[in-house]
Design a protein around this ligand. Structure first.
Ligand SMILES: *Cc1c(COP(=O)(O)O)cnc(C)c1O
Length: 372
């Protein structure tokens, strides 16, 4: 059986570092807002190339804290609009609506599956305050056209970097390309904790200060509350574990690129659409292959076939945000590109511990697949 993602195998690779990290926290007797978090924040902001990093409880909180902070700073207010990709994991959209801002979905480019830069401008109104780009599946979503629109309309650019730690665009890491970025270290991400964890990165001193304060009950000085804050802290254990894994992230991503390359070179089946090579093909640095997402007309049939051949796959994602009950006010809207993607996508196994032999088994099965 080839697992979609063998998390145990991934973390077994770092067993010594992880055990040491946990032991350090245990013997320190300090569990929150201590040296591990401080050190991780410094190491991660150096890795990303941003002035500030604030550890928070998870990736969704990272995104909602950024928007909430812009509201507290008077730079956004209730009813303002934020451009979001129609094709994304729902967290990116939830972070917007949670803050009583209005998410404005924009269709993806069918070749990258990321937000289509050329369909953003038509959605800009008087109320537009920001663009949230999502580097979906690990592929950079930044584009010169987005930079142009941001400048022209004076918008905040927020990156959802949950799936793309380590990705590089134009010589810089994603997570340092806009005004602020949210990162998730959910266990299955390219850099994963052993539980929930997240971070905000930004170059904006004021924003960083407000995010940090709101994440800690709105308080900088104990028992003095500047904002109606929340409790969204990264804990010492998770920070220590992330410190053990971060130094290996670039290598891990390089291994994912190697597996992606193997898929690209060897999958040959007219019924399968491989990810586009428009973001230059692997080993290009603008993709960290969080997911290797292919498309096919008869997706469920392919999934059952692979399952029968001992290959586990997942669907990212089966139902777009605008078709969810959570956004029932959008249910009769039509985003045809997004809907087609959700009908056709299927994610093949890929990870930093997948072997060439396993990838070759996947290739062989797919090449033998018949769509009838
Ligand atoms: C995982 C993910 C998130 C949320 O991260 P959590 O840590 O699970 O809250 C946000 N956006 C995207 C695109 C994700 O994949």
């Amino acid at each position: 059986m080839i697992k979609f993602l063998d998390l145990k195998k991934i973390n077994d690779n770092y067993e010594a570092g992880i055990s040491d990290a946990i032991a350090r926290v245990l013997s320190s007797g300090w569990y929150l807002l201590g040296n591990e978090v401080k050190s991780f924040e410094q190491e991660y902001r150096e890795f990303i190339g941003s002035r500030h990093c604030i550890g928070v409880a998870n990736g969704l909180d990272a995104l909602r804290l950024i928007l909430r902070s812009y509201i507290e700073l008077g730079q956004m207010s209730e009813g303002d609009e934020i451009i979001v990709p129609a094709n994304t994991y729902i967290a990116s959209v939830l972070a917007v609506s949670e803050n009583r801002l209005v998410p404005v979905p924009v269709e993806p480019d069918i070749s990258t599956l990321n937000i289509d830069p050329y369909r953003i401008e038509e959605k800009i109104t008087e109320r537009t305050r920001g663009i949230m780009i999502v580097h979906l599946y690990g592929r950079n979503a930044m584009h010169p056209e987005i930079e142009r629109i941001k400048k022209k309309y004076n918008l905040k650019l927020i990156e959802d970097n949950a799936q793309a730690h380590g990705c590089i665009y134009d010589g810089k890491r994603t997570g340092s390309l806009g005004d602020a970025a949210g990162h998730s270290f959910y266990p299955g991400k390219n850099l994963g904790a052993l539980g929930d964890a997240g971070a905000v990165t930004t170059d904006d001193d004021e924003l960083a200060d407000v995010v940090r304060t709101i994440a800690n009950y709105g308080s900088k000085t104990k028992y003095q509350n500047l904002y109606k804050g929340l409790n969204s802290r990264l804990d010492e254990i998770q920070a220590a574990i992330l410190r053990a894994k971060l130094p290996h992230l670039d290598n891990d991503n390089q291994h994912r690129r190697k597996i992606a390359q193997l898929y690209f070179d060897n999958i040959k089946n007219p019924d399968i659409i491989l990810p586009s090579a428009l973001c230059p093909p692997p080993p290009a640095l603008c993709h960290v292959w969080h997911l290797f997402v292919i498309r096919t007309q008869n997706r469920d049939r392919l999934q059952n076939y692979l399952n029968d051949n001992g290959i586990q796959t997942l669907i990212h994602y089966p139902l777009p945000p605008h078709k969810q009950n959570a956004y029932r006010e959008w249910n009769d809207r039509s985003y045809p590109v997004t809907e087609m993607i959700h009908r056709e996508v299927i994610s093949l196994p890929i990870s930093q511990v997948m072997t060439d032999e396993e990838a070759e088994i996947v290739v062989l099965a797919i090449n033998n697949y018949q769509n009838t």
